[in-house]
Design a protein around this ligand. Structure first.
Ligand code: URP
Ligand code: ZN
Ligand code: ZN
Length: 473
């Protein structure tokens, strides 16, 4: 099967030009002006953008958390991703306490098999590390394509790790070349503040934010950076939400340390006041770190402009408002932490980043696709449009007007964080490895066609298929 995408504005992190893209089988085989080729299907992309498929490095599909399970499984979550122009993501395998990493990975493979409609890799989240067992096992994971280790510095009593575990994982990463990812909040002080708030009868959703002040994020971010320097590993700070966390990352990057940071779409748009919405509506915005005071939003835009933060992910961790968030009706600490958003990242960043003049189209591609592919060992197979790369391509109509809503999105979530937001610009055709999986409002992907991607280590480029390894399912 061959596809010719004709006359679109092909935008990568480095280039922005009108060209044809010719796809043979699963890969891009030619890019150029007025290509003289025969194709099985020709897509007229005149007036459209032709973008590399989005890579979302931070998602939680079918994940047990907060006493329940996230409402999107791999099929619904990935279908939603595809409609939003994301063709690859890296999901978190959370090691159940007492399990080996191999057991945890088996569980997560079982969750995606037969359901996956786009490609994905896995990070491993370490919760239980001991010598003579998981400590040694951890070192074997990069050779299996699991090249990032995640540590939660919060969620005390659940998945939080102590500093010894954090540091030991960092030392393993320094040896294996894996990237260490941290959820950076000071879990001990938050735990005290939550208990004190509840003892005082403070139970509404807004106390989720009031018991996790920005300083707790700043402290943990700085601690992780300093410990990573001692251990000599690379560090990636997930879901940065506020100035207090931006500052230590900015310092680290100025000094040339191996530190990178990500923010998520929601932190640009949703502020603390959303948590104060009446009738338990605030629970929709209970995710962690929490929505911050509004002034942080411009600081986040500046940080992505200046490359202090270099990725925008979604942290899609969706729970139903009716039936799951309601577990915390009388106690904010029982509201499962997480929000939806996998489908709307490109539309929102295009509208408020590109159309409102904050970032260029190429920078948008870099933040949503190229940088996550590079940092997480997917580049150049993913994250760009180049000869030899996977033909994961989004044909994006910059004039298409859409109103974002739970009534039209493809996630199972019963609310949308951006409900009623009008955007101009949306994907119209999405290809996964050369196959059209979204055509207008129609989904043409098939469960089981998404592939598991074994990722390279940070800085190692993936080109040939032999190096990458793919598992259908
Ligand atoms: O509230 C959130 N973000 N839930 C998902 C788990 C995490 O902390 O990333
Ligand atoms: Zn987190
Ligand atoms: Zn997360």
């Amino acid at each position: 099967m061959s596809v010719l995408i004709k006359g679109g504005r092909v935008v990568t992190a480095d280039e922005d030009r009108v060209a044809d893209v010719f796809i043979e089988g699963e890969t891009v085989s030619q890019i150029g002006e007025s290509l003289d080729v025969e194709a099985d299907r020709v897509i007229d992309a005149d007036g459209k953008y032709v973008l590399p498929g989005g890579v979302d490095p931070h998602t939680h599909l079918d994940m047990p958390f907060g006493g329940t399970i996230t409402c999107d499984d791999f099929e619904s979550g990935q279908t939603s991703a595809a409609f939003g122009g994301t063709t690859c993501h890296v999901d978190f395998v959370i090691q159940p306490k007492g399990s080996t990493f191999t057991e945890a990975l088996e569980q997560w493979h079982g969750r995606r098999e037969g359901k996956a409609v786009i490609d994905n890799g896995f990070h491993i989240a370490v919760t239980d590390l001991h010598e003579g067992g998981t400590l040694e096992e951890l070192a074997t994971l990069p050779d299996q394509g699991i090249t990032s280790y995640k540590l939660f510095m919060a969620y005390k009593g659940a998945i939080m790790v102590d500093d010894e575990t954090l540091f030991r994982v960092m030392q393993v990463a320094a040896d294996t070349g894996a990237l260490v990812m941290v959820h950076a909040e000071h879990g001990d002080s938050i735990d005290v503040l939550v208990k004190q708030a509840l003892a005082e009868g403070k139970t509404e959703p807004k106390y989720h934010a009031l018991t996790r002040p920005p300083e707790t994020e700043g402290e943990a971010t700085n601690r992780a950076i300093q410990l990573a320097r001692v251990a000599g590993c690379r560090l990636y700070v997930v879901h940065v939400s506020c100035q207090e966390a931006i500052d230590p990352i900015a310092t680290a990057r100025e000094k040339g340390w191996d530190v990178w940071g990500e923010t998520c779409t929601q932190y640009f748009f949703i502020d603390y006041s959303f948590l104060e919405r009446p009738d338990f509506e605030g629970a929709k915005y209970v995710y962690t770190p929490p929505p911050r005071p509004k002034e942080n939003q411009e600081r986040l835009w500046e940080a992505v402009q200046n490359d202090v933060l270099s990725v925008v992910s979604t942290d899609h961790c969706a729970f139903l408002w009716d039936g799951q968030k309601s577990l915390g009706k009388d106690d904010f600490s029982k509201i499962p932490n997480g929000g939806p958003g996998l489908e709307n990242r490109l539309q929102m960043i295009h509208e408020f980043g590109v159309r409102q003049g904050r970032i260029s189209l190429s920078r948008m591609v870099e933040l949503l696709s190229t940088n996550p592919a590079k940092y997480f060992g997917l580049y150049p197979r993913k994250g760009t449009i180049a000869v030899g790369s996977d033909a994961d391509v989004v044909v994006f109509d910059p004039e298409r007007r859409v109103t974002l809503s739970a009534s039209t999105h493809h996630s199972r979530c019963d609310y949308n964080l951006y409900e009623g937001t009008e955007v101009t610009g949306s994907p119209v055709i999405v290809l996964l490895r050369g196959k059209v999986i979204v055509d207008g409002d129609e989904f043409l992907g098939r469960a089981g066609e998404g592939q598991f991607v074994k990722r390279a280590r940070f800085g190692e480029q993936l080109g040939g298929r032999s190096r990458m390894g793919l598992v259908a399912g």
